[in-house]
Design a binder for this molecule. Sequence first.
Ligand code: SF4
Ligand code: SF4
Length: 168
Amino acid sequence: MSLTDLMTMAKSNKMLQRQILSQLWEVHPDECFQCMRCTSGCTSLKLLELKPHEIVLLTNSGFVEELVSSDIIWTCASCLKCRERCPQKASPYNTIMALRNLAVEREAKVPEVYMKVVAQILETGLMQQVKMVTSREMQPLNRKKLGLPKIQCPDDKFKSSFMKALGG
Ligand code: SF4
Ligand code: SF4
């Protein structure tokens, strides 16, 4: 069942709405006036089943439960464009992050790609694998050739702090 179908049966939950808004002290989704500037610049628009301004509207209307249990909140690319474009500091990005946090708190299924990033950070301390680059002459370059120091793997202190920050 799609999220849009689910919404036809949805019930507003003001307690969850207040919980989300209370986490957003920096931005004010309740000030959104639906101008859609966020949506017109959204990087993930084609992938999102609901548009950023609709996510803010549904959150403000208390349909948090449905958003938290859907895949939609994991599709945002975290590019922050909506935050930059918003004239009201309503920032769909921050609302989506608060919805993700609530989903994790509730032990909802986190997409595999995020779990891979966590494993990668634990192993190497980096969000992405180091990639081979080439010079303009198409010669392969590595860190040593570029005079860059060797990448240090994270120590146990980093790992335990990281896991603590994740609530593990
Ligand atoms: S979140 Fe901001 S940019 Fe998007 S519709 Fe609301 S006021 Fe407009
Ligand atoms: S942060 Fe997410 S919702 Fe906002 S513009 Fe980027 S992809 Fe779209």
